[in-house]
Design a protein around this ligand. Structure first.
Ligand code: AMP
Ligand code: MG
Length: 417
């Protein structure tokens, strides 16, 4: 039997980072940058005012105080987005708004609060003279050209995961399109005679195909593009035909048909169409797993055969398919957040497998608690809906007692829980 780590390592060795494509910057959110971004401009492009106030020569404010204001003639006004045509001299000032380029001659900005403008303003008009109430140094309230980004500098490195702030930086450089790693296409094929599509009426003996949808949603959540191939019946012809539709995928996921004593069709077809190994992984749920390479035309596509039970397929996806998708996307960190919590349930490990127990984590008085969400049968999908984490019971641990500290792999991560 393979450990979870051994299975993951073998699986990941078959995946590599995909090629790059150009995307509009908003579509690049969460993706991995495939080019170094150098700036061709200074940001800000010109020295500009950090405050609303008056652009002056610092020397003309010498000795200024509320008791002894320095009176300067106001020769103009400049708003953000405009270049002042006037110049500032020793006895003059220009009224200036935040972001406006500093007029020629000026070397400081005195903010409104340090002037007597309020007193002089009549009917909202700019006064013709202004009293400066405070001495300022050269450079006061001036943002220098290039202080954020200087022309020619490396701003973002290839490999960076683009968050809203990086999207903003790209926009500030005037980039509309950026090169990012392509999203992997993940084909999903459910197998089983008992399955009915959600668009069809349920007939006796049948169940709805839920796995295709939970798996497709997981693919979406981790940044892949799901391609739902529908349901293959347990017949050689149907399964062969459906699998062939996956030829453009980067990963093929099948659900069901990999356990011991399974109706043999799935195993037969997948073995005929490529190399496949059936594994038992030392984990619960999710013990039966298949992995191989499908040969579709000239293409060789990794194939992950997940167990059919709805909980098992989701948990096995989290442990094995999610890291494969993240690797293809160019991401470096495949881990989910793991926290330490006090168990509020007693768990018995009967056969030396690593248990991923569905739990609800809560936080009280700064401490995390993890409680089993109810029956842990691997067919009980609503237990996944109630859970926000998977308690990890190590292989060698026979019982987890109430009150014991345990690790929980969080399915959802919210600091406040
Ligand atoms: P199997 O792996 O084929 O032995 O299936 C294990 C269990 O999972 C059986 O109860 C199946 O009916 C169920 N199952 C298999 N495929 C699906 C699916 N796509 N959606 C929901 N349940 C499934
Ligand atoms: Mg079956």
């Amino acid at each position: 039997m393979l450990s979870v780590e051994e299975a993951l390592e073998k699986i990941l060795s078959y995946f590599h980072v995909l090629d790059a494509e150009d995307e509009l910057i908003l579509d690049a959110l969460g993706r991995v940058l495939a080019e170094d971004i150098h700036s061709t401009i200074d940001i800000p492009p010109l020295d500009n005012a950090a405050m609303d106030g008056y652009a002056v020569q610092a020397q003309s404010t010498e000795g200024a105080s509320p008791a002894s204001p320095r009176i300067l003639r106001v020769v103009g006004e400049v708003a953000a987005g405009y270049i002042s045509r006037q110049e500032v001299g020793p006895q003059t000032a220009i009224r200036i708004m935040t972001g406006a380029p500093i007029p020629r001659g000026a070397d400081a900005v005195v903010q409104f609060e340090d002037t007597d403008e309020e007193k002089r303003k009549t009917a909202g008009k700019t006064p013709s003279e202004i009293g400066i109430l405070r001495q300022v140094k050269k450079g006061t309230n001036i943002r220098l050209a290039g202080e954020d980004i200087s022309s020619g500098s490396l701003v973002l490195q290839a490999g960076t995961v683009l968050r809203p702030q990086e999207i903003g930086v790209l926009a500030s450089l005037g980039r509309e399109v950026v090169s990012v790693i392509r999203r992997p296409v993940v084909a999903i094929l459910a197998t089983g005679d008992e399955l009915v599509d959600i668009k069809e009426p349920l007939t006796p003996g049948k169940i709805y195909n839920s796995n295709s949808y939970s798996l497709a949603a997981q693919v979406l959540r981790y940044g892949g593009v799901p391609q739902i191939l529908g349901i293959a019946r347990d017949s050689i012809e149907d399964l062969t035909g459906k699998i062939k539709q996956a030829r453009d995928a980067d990963l093929v996921i099948t659900s069901a048909g990999v356990s011991v004593g399974e109706y043999d069709v799935v195993k037969t077809v997948l073995s005929q169409m490529g190399e496949i190994t059936f594994w038992t992984v030392r984990m619960k749920p999710g013990k039966p797993l298949a992995f191989g390479i499908l040969k579709l035309g000239k293409k060789r596509i990794p194939h992950l055969g997940l167990p059919g039970n709805p909980v098992s397929s989701m948990i096995a996806f989290e442990q094995f398919a999610r890291p494969a998708i993240l690797k293809m996307l160019g991401k470096k960190d495949y881990s989910k957040p793991v926290i330490v919590a006090k168990s509020e349930s007693r768990i018995v490990n009967t056969d030396g497998r690593r248990i991923f127990a569905r739990v609800r984590v809560t936080k009280r008085d700064g401490q995390y608690f993890a409680r089993l969400v109810g029956p842990q049968g691997s067919g009980i999908l609503t237990s996944m809906a109630l859970a926000n984490g998977l308690m990890i019971v190590p292989e060698e641990k026979q019982t987890v007692e109430e009150g014991e500290e345990v690790q929980v792999q969080m399915l959802d991560w919210n600091q406040d829980l």
